[in-house]
Design a protein around this ligand. Structure first.
Ligand code: SF4
Length: 226
């Protein structure tokens, strides 16, 4: 199976397809070889996937630095939606990392911290799969503007499926309201983009939603989607 060819072709063919049809294509094409990564900012992708592909694997990277609300959202999604939430842990606990690299590595070298607590764990978790899904959207950041609904993940040599890549924040809000989707409570408390607690700050209304991530640092992406 030439995965890159499949990804390129599907990216063109499915550009205007609905998120449900994109997910259906992924499950029909890859079966159990498809999983979805979720940061549990909300349960939208899990809700969508559960309605199209009951029992699909949802990967949650537990960095050890999450807000309690994010862990609570994961648990609520796992018990409410027809999906299989799998929690993925880094190789080192926070304490082991502190002992080996010093405390608060996220402040001194967030790229290395993300590499150990997000990038490596996702790569390890994705080993059994040939394709993975994410909730990345084009309107979230300049770095995401060219996101394909299906694309070739060159770094991981896998097909990447972004079913809501073309959605706007208004589309997300409408879907959440229509279906009563679970949302991380922090989203209603000034955190429109939610990552690890030490690296996520409140943003003022009208500010760039992602400006609260690694604020004060040049970093804008954790490395999962670049
Ligand atoms: Fe570490 Fe911050 Fe990256 Fe989380 S977001 S893994 S705390 S640098």
């Amino acid at each position: 199976m030439d995965l890159k060819h499949i990804a390129d072709e599907a990216g063109r063919d499915l550009e205007t397809a609905s998120a449900q049809d994109i997910l259906r294509w992924a499950v029909d094409t890859f079966g159990d070889g498809f999983a979805i990564a979720s940061s549990m900012g909300d349960g939208l992708l899990a809700h969508l996937a559960g309605s199209v592909a009951p029992g699909v694997d949802i990967l949650f990277l537990d960095t050890g630095y999450h807000f309690a609300e994010t862990i609570g959202t994961r648990d609520a999604v796992a018990s409410s939606y027809d999906v299989n939430v799998r929690t993925v842990l880094p190789l080192l606990t926070v304490q082991q990392q502190d002992e080996e690299y010093g405390a608060q590595l996220w402040d001194r070298d967030p790229t290395q911290c993300c590499a150990m607590r997000k990038v490596e764990p996702l790569a390890r978790a994705l080993e059994p799969y040939v394709a993975w899904g994410s909730g990345v959207r084009r309107d979230e950041a300049v770095t995401r503007r060219n996101t394909g609904v299906v694309e070739w993940d060159f770094k991981r040599k896998k097909v990447k499926v972004n079913p809501i890549a073309t959605w706007t924040q208004a589309d997300v809000d409408a879907y959440v309201e229509r279906h009563g989707v679970l949302v991380n409570p922090l989203a209603y408390d000034g955190y429109p983009s939610i990552g690890c607690a030490p690296c996520t700050h409140r943003v003022a209304p009208g500010e760039d939603p992602r400006s609260g991530r690694w604020s004060g640092q040049a970093k804008t992406e954790c490395g999962l989607h670049v």
